[in-house]
Ligand binder design. Structure first.
Ligand SMILES: [Zn+2]
Length: 264
């Protein structure tokens, strides 16, 4: 990944008013003016940001000097990752105007992709972490009193070629819907991060940052790199945050047993 991917932000802070300025929320002409006047600051490190608003890439802010921020957040983000977290932010703030993009958790010094009050931390995860790295992040969110909801990037979704997708059998004993939301049964390749997620929470969510469609896997069993699961697909726009977490229209149809948290 290019070095310039580092230190890219979607939120800037106005140097004089302290107001947070989110890409897409504020007219680009106004952001350009602030940028030219040197009035944009990074909410994390306080360094100066400049607006990058060309025709090709998603508009963003870039650090004039990266040193401070790079020391803190070493991991560069891809364009797909930025689009994914923007999609989450734009959808979920409709019901929660105080939602924040790229929110900094003071207590644990983490950066949350999207914070939605009262306590949701939405993460769009495309990069591959080890199980241990993922568990460490999850633990930090718990320490901060946050309920983390993980959306895997659609690039991580992988059907196993040797076992083609098929309709869910009428004789399948599980209480799952069979004819809605592109229902299918199949086998999927997963990595150790997905396995760690499944040990903590019973469903996997994949978000396509371009179409904003959510793919949901409801596990039947998993072994090594193979997950056998029911697959559903529906628009992110139909999903909501409710007190016990992410709610999708599928949740009305799924058996209680399948939705219960299966901590081991
Ligand atoms: Zn910074």
């Amino acid at each position: 990944m290019a070095a310039e991917e580092q230190g890219i932000r979607l939120v800037a802070q106005h140097a004089l008013t302290g107001k947070l300025l989110v890409i897409g929320d504020v007219p680009v002409e106004q952001l350009r003016l602030y940028s030219e006047c040197g009035l944009l600051r990074c909410p994390s490190c306080g360094g100066e940001l400049r607006l990058k608003a060309g025709a090709v890439r998603q508009h963003h802010f870039a650090h004039v000097s990266l040193e401070l921020c790079a020391a803190r957040y070493a991991e560069p983000e891809s364009e797909g990752h930025r689009l994914g977290k923007l999609a989450l932010y734009r959808h979920f703030r409709r019901d929660a105007p105080a939602a924040q993009l790229e929110w900094h958790v003071q207590l644990t010094d983490q950066r949350v992709d999207v914070f939605v009050p009262p306590n949701f931390a939405l993460e769009f995860q495309q990069a591959n972490n080890t199980a241990e790295e993922w568990r460490a992040r999850q633990r930090l969110y718990e320490q901060a009193g946050l309920c983390a909801i993980w959306f895997l990037g659609q690039v991580r979704y992988s059907e196993t070629r040797s076992e083609p997708m098929r309709p869910i059998s009428l004789y399948d004993p599980s209480p799952v819907p069979r004819h809605i939301f592109e229902a299918a049964a199949g086998a999927f390749r997963i990595r150790e991060m997905e396995r760690a997620m499944l040990e903590a929470f019973p469903l996997l969510y994949y978000l396509d940052p371009y179409s904003q469609m959510l793919t949901i896997l409801v596990p039947r069993s998993w072994q090594a790199q193979t997950l056998r699961a029911y697959r559903y697909r529906l628009p992110l726009s139909l999903c909501q945050l409710r007190p016990n977490g992410l709610w999708t229209p599928l949740h009305n149809q799924l058996g209680e047993k399948l939705l219960r948290n299966r901590r081991k």
